[in-house]
Design a protein. Structure first.
Length: 194
């Protein structure tokens, strides 16, 4: 597939995402890369939960390793790979989403995921699965006859893109690379050698 280099990389991403959704099991899976307070990099998969001109949104526990890293260095990179031939890399500043946005998304999650958000001390050491199962039971009992509210320690983050690179595989390793940089509020497009 040859990239059609539009002037709007967010629209380009959205079109590519829709195509990927037709063939990939989890097109929303993205690698989030951060650097902690000691300068150590870390990467892990998270799920994209929204994208628009403001940025790329995901949710997590604010006490998690990734959230602590973003608090120390509010800049992150995202990487999508949609086999067999497409990769998208995004770099930008990190900001929190509003409480209203986080609340609106939280109510759309399956109840089990809502319970899990309350029960998990994400990234902390877990003594045994029995401990987690007991916490899940406790939370299920607490909210047995009520909606599960968003925990105060669970929030959304937005990566405000400063650069977006689209990569398409070529069988002769002459990959097509198109990169956009945001300059004074305007996206500037360049092509890169493979």
């Amino acid at each position: 597939m040859t990239l059609v280099a539009a002037d709007d990389p967010v629209a380009m991403f959205s079109a590519m995402f829709e195509r990927a959704a037709a063939s990939c099991a989890e097109p929303d899976a993205m690698v989030l890369s951060t650097v902690d307070a000691d300068g150590r990099p870390s990467a892990r998969y998270v799920l994209l939960k929204g994208v628009d001109d403001r940025g790329f949104v995901f949710y997590t526990n604010v006490g998690s390793r990734k959230a602590r890293a973003m608090a120390a260095h509010p800049y992150a990179a995202l990487t999508f790979y949609w086999p067999p031939e497409t990769q998208v890399r995004i770099e930008g500043d990190v900001e929190g989403v509003s409480d209203a946005e986080a609340d609106a998304y939280f109510v759309t999650r399956p109840r089990g995921s809502q319970i899990g958000a309350w029960a998990s001390d994400q990234s902390e050491t877990l003594e045994s699965r029995t401990v987690l199962d007991a916490r899940v039971s406790e939370i299920e009992e607490r909210f047995a006859n009520a909606p599960v509210p968003r925990p105060p320690f669970w929030a959304g983050y937005r990566v405000v893109a400063r650069s977006i690179e689209f990569w398409t595989r070529d069988p002769h390793r002459l990959h097509e690379r198109v990169i956009f940089h945001l300059e004074n509020g305007v996206w500037k497009r360049s092509f890169l050698f493979p």
